[in-house]
Design a protein. Sequence first.
Length: 115
Amino acid sequence: MFWRWHSWGAGYTHSIGYEKASQQPGMVWMKAVPSQMVRTIGGLEILGAIGLILPALTGVLPWLTPLAALLLGVVMVLAIGLHLSRREYPNATFNAVLGLLALAVAYGRFIASPF
């Protein structure tokens, strides 16, 4: 069950992080934030997506997987704050879903079913 959550979270986070890191147009809020910050956020999301899968899959430093999930949850909470302040409710909802997914993986790998 947790592997499905890992995969979904990593897939969505990686694709959205790639959009931000490559500065692809389409996200309205990106025009209001400095481009270097958007690239940094995108890079962190890509690294978080890799951190959700790679350590658990290889067995090398598997404690990094729940840590990556926890930190992705923090990034999503911050994103929710940004989108709510801009009245972008659909984006805030999407970030809430991704954040809950990331926090569920963190809980699952730290407490419910650790490696």
